[in-house]
Design a protein around this ligand. Structure first.
Ligand SMILES: C[S@@+](CC[C@H](N)C(=O)[O-])C[C@H]1O[C@@H](n2cnc3c(N)ncnc32)[C@H](O)[C@@H]1O
Length: 348
């Protein structure tokens, strides 16, 4: 199997270029150095870039994706890799349950590649992009509360918090005020309707590096898909699922997500702050160990070819033989935002 990042992994033109693939493969490898015969869970199948390369290295893969389109489009790869790749629809926050339900036990590795795929971003009708007109949707799982539902029904002060915290938008109040005024006249239904309102509200200078709607769209996407909660749950699920010596490898593209992974490993490795001059102390309750460099970034060469790789951060750890520790989402200090289920629209 060719691990080149430009490999066409699903038999058509390249759709999603897997990021840091070679690093992912080497971090998944146990101390013995081979993936051959191991059981790996790929929690974010996407276009199957990781899954296909992991199977190509000799492992069996259970792949998960919440997006029905990813499952539909992955069927040909499943047929091609007969018996080595299974693909199920579901959320990675329950990856341990999904693995057990699919009789995938003795798991040696879990990999997560957080965020949206190029296919999701590029398809206007999915509503993730402010550059293409489409329904204001953004639901990876294609059910439940959409981005349009959020902007049409959320209280202004809640909207300000969502946009300010999840989008890190400094002018969140101005954006939410404009949204609430606009929806009194007409409901939001399309991406460009929202993007142009934000552009009109915040203005745009020729020197601006990003479109003024970037942060608000990011906030809505993270909120609609409950991405931070899902990531937190997935880390605990991987802790429960992995056998001793198994590897957890997580690639993130945003500081909000990377922070969660960092806090998780800090907590699970026994939070050894200490000084670099002190010997490493083995914490009795630790469930993971970091071997070597726990944080990797994409190579210069990859970042040049694939702009998505520039912001990628890979963190990984190795499961030890202690029982899983208590699942405590408070270690992440997640922002206290209004619940998706509290909106006056039907949830997932
Ligand atoms: C960045 S893409 C993965 C690309 C993949 N590594 C590849 O090489 O083709 C992320 C994928 O994860 C899926 N995803 C995001 N959140 C999820 C969740 N909570 N549960 C399951 N799948 C999720 C998305 O639908 C998307 O297909």
């Amino acid at each position: 199997m060719n691990n080149n990042i430009e490999t066409d992994v699903v038999g058509g033109p390249v759709r999603h270029v897997p990021v840091m693939l070679n690093e992912v493969l080497s971090c998944l490898q146990p101390a013995s150095g081979k993936l051959n015969g191991l059981n790996i869970v790929d929690g974010t199948f996407g276009a199957g870039g990781y899954s296909s390369a992991i199977v190509g290295s000799g492992a069996n893969v259970l792949a998960i994706d919440r997006d029905p389109n990813a499952i539909r489009d992955g069927a040909s790869l499943v047929a091609e890799l007969a018996g080595k790749l299974s693909l199920v629809q579901g959320k990675f926050g329950s990856l341990d349950v999904l693995a057990q339900n699919n009789s995938f036990i003795e798991v040696d590795g879990v990999v997560l590649d957080i965020g949206v795929s190029s296919m999701q971003l590029d398809e206007a009708e999915r509503g993730f992009s402010f550059q293409k007109d489409g329904p204001l949707d953004m639901r990876m799982g294609q059910s439940g509360v959409s981005a349009a539902d959020v902007v049409n029904t959320m209280q202004q002060q809640d909207l300000t918090r969502v946009i300010g915290i999840l989008g890190e938008e400094r002018k969140a109040s101005a954006v939410s005020r404009a949204i609430v005024r606009e929806r009194e006249k007409i409901s939001f239904s399309t991406t460009l309707q929202l993007a142009s309102l934000i552009e009109k509200t915040l203005g745009r200078r020729a020197t601006d590096r990003i479109h003024p709607a970037t942060r608000t769209f990011q906030a809505l996407r993270i909120f609609v898909n409950q991405e931070l909660e899902q990531l937190g749950k997935a880390l605990f699920a991987a802790e429960r699922l992995l056998k001793a010596g198994g590897r957890l490898v997580v690639v993130t593209f945003h500081s909000l997500e990377d922070r969660l992974v960092k806090l998780f490993f800090k907590d699970r490795c026994g939070a050894q702050e200490g000084s670099r001059h002190l010997p490493l102390v083995k914490h009795k309750d630790a469930t993971f160990v970091i071997r070597g460099k726990g944080l990797l970034k994409a190579s210069k060469e990859e970042a040049e070819i694939n702009p998505r790789a520039r912001s990628a951060k890979l963190r990984w750890g190795e499961r030890n033989d202690n029982p899983p520790a208590k699942m405590d989402m408070s270690i992440f200090g997640l922002p206290n935002l209004v619940s998706l289920n509290a909106l006056p629209v039907k949830g997932e």
